[in-house]
Design a protein around this ligand. Structure first.
Ligand code: INI
Length: 158
């Protein structure tokens, strides 16, 4: 039988940070509610969860980096909502934010999860913020919990 390494969905005694952007806060507040609810349902408590609000999705990586640098958090959960407008503005934000968040994972050897919606319309965003397509805040929190536990199960580097 192979030795299977996996991350159990237990938030335990770890501290989690959430970065959430205020732009489109009708959506991002719902993502935040989904993420917090998920952490609490998996054994976390309010005292273990820190929430940092930033103006827009573009500002998420910098706040996430500062939180990662403190060394206080087992994971950082990034939440935002970029909705396509009349210009290509959103494309620049989406690509840069996704790439920067990915880079933080490797730079800090820390789960930094991507709960930033990249939608064509407000309707699509609502569907993914507690509507018929689930809640991406919930998914980003669940991914953070699983990755924290998986990295523990793999162990520290030599
Ligand atoms: N920020 C978002 O989070 N979502 C958007 O849809 C959005 N659009 O479309 O403009 C947006 N722009 C603001 C941006 O993230 C920065 O806050 C701003 O450019 C200041 O740096």
């Amino acid at each position: 039988m192979p030795h299977v390494l996996s991350g159990r969905l237990i938030a335990g005694n770890e501290s989690y940070a959430i970065v959430v952007s205020r732009f489109n806060d009708l959506i991002t507040q719902r993502l935040l509610d989904g993420a917090v609810d998920t952490l609490l349902r998996h054994g976390s408590s309010d005292g273990q969860i820190s929430v940092a609000w930033v103006p827009g999705a573009f500002e998420i990586p910098l706040a996430a980096e500062r939180l990662a640098k403190t060394g206080k958090y087992a994971a950082v959960i990034c939440l935002g909502a970029v909705i396509q407008g009349q210009t290509t503005h959103h494309e620049y934000i989406n690509h840069q934010v996704a790439a920067a968040i990915m880079q933080l994972n490797h730079q800090y050897d820390l789960p930094v999860t991507f709960g930033v919606l990249t939608c064509q319309s407000m309707e699509q965003a609502l569907d993914r913020a507690g509507g018929k397509s689930g809640n991406k805040g919930h998914e980003a929190a669940l991914a953070a919990i699983e990755m924290v536990q998986l990295l523990k199960s793999i162990g520290s580097p030599k």
